[in-house]
Design a binder for this molecule. Sequence first.
Ligand code: SAM
Length: 302
Amino acid sequence: MPIFSPTSKLHLLPTGRFLRSWANQTRLCVSSFDKSVPSTIEQNRLTKQHYALKTRLGNHVIRAPLQNPSTILDIGCGTGPVTRELGALYPSAHSIYGIDLSPVPLNSTDGSIPNVSFICGDARKIMGLDPRLPTGTADFVFSRLLLCGMTDWPGYVGDVFKMVKPGGWVERQDFEEMFYLRGEKMDGEKEWRWLRECRRCDRGEGIDLDYGRNTRGYMLDARQFVVPYRRDLERPETEAVSKLVIGDPDGYFWHAIPRMVEGLGFKDGEVREMQHAMKKCVAEEEGKYQIFWSTIGRKPLE
Ligand SMILES: C[S@@+](CC[C@H](N)C(=O)[O-])C[C@H]1O[C@@H](n2cnc3c(N)ncnc32)[C@H](O)[C@@H]1O
């Protein structure tokens, strides 16, 4: 049974395509950001990604209809782009925490958003234990692109449920790691083996690459945003996100595949073959798309 009640008035939702290895990669990069020495390339990539996802949602960073929130958590905040936007959007909120396994690099705008602070740690271990995060105190718990960081989504949703006040909101945004062509799944052909193998490996590890789609089973009210693999200048809200994914320009899947299929017994040549096949699979194509999910739920008042 879903533990969050359905809401009658919800709109958007997005999600991103971050495979476990991508998360690992990010984690490594973010670690190197410690002491505020960010890699400019990585920072630029994350800024571009943030802009693309926000634009895809109609220039909204969240969908939850918050009213005068006081305490907000951004779980797996990465370098904190959403946390900082929430700080600016809700200046009267007294505590907005970005939580991440890695330290968050400081930003020149941080002094102007005093209600934002960052906590380094595993959110599942510190929620309810860290003195700043007592259970039942959050008005809103957000996460984006946490797909490959969690291996126990029902457990995570349960922890978040405890963290939220009655009447509080939860939102998560993530890509679905599947490709569609005019409504049909595309992973059947030989060249899509890389995706089938990545999905097989992650199922074994408890990662749910369909979590965006499945989240509604726990939280209700999910909405999907199509990410077209053909640049569509007539739909400006899709342009940046299409550019982000068509052809795998930043190598998300290219670097992810070897890590995702590690341990499945493939030879180097086979892995390289999958990488090259992936490049063709993610090329621009009329009618092809991925889905970015945003799911929001509300804790019942009583
Ligand atoms: C793909 S990044 C997304 C960053 C950010 N949410 C965004 O949209 O730009 C995922 C982040 O989740 C963090 N993460 C994964 N598991 C976590 C956990 N249990 N607690 C806190 N952070 C976690 C990783 O360290 C990584 O920085």
